[in-house]
Design a protein around this ligand. Structure first.
Ligand SMILES: [Zn+2]
Length: 340
């Protein structure tokens, strides 16, 4: 997930921006529902029914959960062939969870955060909720019948906590200099990988500047789990890392890259070497957007931007051909039957 601000200004849309009906839907293999500040500040779970999400049947969507707040929304969307639910803990929210059985709030945050300014740390702790026990959270909320993917999970070396304690989708506070220790992020990440292993579910992974540790974690826990597929979402590592590690050490048909407009197509030079180095069968597409905060038209424009970018770089003769490829890739990623 990237930190998203409602920008507006997509300009006027015309007829050609509308999705034409073909036999293969677009795929948004990694999107979200918003983490809501008002709900979040209750430190509890949302019982609110008042959120909007798009159920547009010409886009196959895989909706991530990041934390205890958006999870309640994800659970409310209908899990069907076009809307897939995913269960995860994003590294940006890993500090909200403890692996200990019995630990006080202050002691927990002292253990998992690293900070430069004691006063800033104290203020953050005041703003933060008591940590949830990770295993309890999984036991209470994860049900294999309700989720088809484990995500968003991963590691992030760069992010800093906002002064309200954790990111919300809109109106996040000022950034502090406080971070979550990588060792804690790794512990939470490992627990989620174990969940994937236990239920044989594919994973959707976030990686910022932790390429080697993240690879080793996935390889250690899922290396021999041939039925579990891996989606590296908005991948920002090197081509070499893909070639020497991901596609070499794993059976290559287990590894997928899902391309986003914001990260991979911020300019086409970013996506090009990746697209040219991986098998076509590994290509997925995504917005990484909170779908309840965007209009359907904005979502369509964003996903179309990704398809157009891929089509141009790989010189697909038609959009239909690319749509067929990505849709079939997604079906394989999700371990569903492949339409030929
Ligand atoms: Zn995401």
């Amino acid at each position: 997930m990237f930190q998203w601000k409602r920008a507006g200004g997509y300009g006027k849309q015309n007829k050609s921006d509308c999705i034409e009906m073909t036999s293969f839907p677009y795929v948004d293999a990694h999107c979200h529902l918003s983490t809501d500040r008002i709900v979040s500040h209750g430190f509890g779970y949302s019982n609110s029914d008042s959120f909007n999400y798009v159920e547009y049947r010409d886009v196959l969507r895989c909706v991530m959960s990041n934390n205890q707040f958006d999870l309640m929304k994800v659970k409310k969307i209908r899990n069907n062939s076009m809307l897939i639910r995913s269960f995860g803990i994003h590294p940006w929210y890993s500090h909200l969870f403890t692996l200990k059985d019995d630990i006080g709030k202050l002691e927990h945050y002292r253990e998992v955060l690293q900070w430069k300014d004691e006063q800033e740390f104290q203020k953050l702790v005041e703003a933060l909720p008591p940590p949830l026990k990770l295993q309890q959270y999984i036991d209470d909320n994860f049900n294999a019948n309700e989720f088809d993917v484990i995500g968003e999970i991963g590691l992030d070396k760069l992010f800093r906590l906002p002064d309200n304690g954790f990111y919300t989708s809109v109106d996040t506070g000022r950034l502090t200099r406080t971070q979550v220790k990588i060792s804690h992020q790794v512990n939470v990440f490992h627990a989620m990988l174990q969940l994937s292993k236990q239920y044989q579910l594919p994973i959707s992974v976030h990686d910022v500047k932790c390429h080697q540790v993240l690879f080793e974690s996935v390889y250690d826990i899922l290396g021999d789990q041939d039925a579990i597929n891996i989606c590296l979402h908005s991948y920002t590592g090197s081509v070499e890392m893909l070639g020497h590690f991901w596609f070499k050490k794993f059976n290559q048909n287990r590894v997928f890259l899902s391309f986003s407009g914001f990260i991979n197509f911020s300019n086409s030079a970013t996506a090009m070497p990746l697209l040219q180095s991986i098998p076509k069968e590994s290509i997925l597409t995504e917005t990484d957007f909170p779908i309840d905060l965007q209009t359907e038209q904005e979502l369509q424009l964003e996903i179309k931007k990704v398809y157009n970018g891929i089509r141009e770089i790989l010189q697909f003769e038609s959009e239909d051909a690319l749509r067929a490829l990505v849709y079939n890739n997604t079906q394989r990623f999700l371990k569903r039957d492949v339409e030929q």
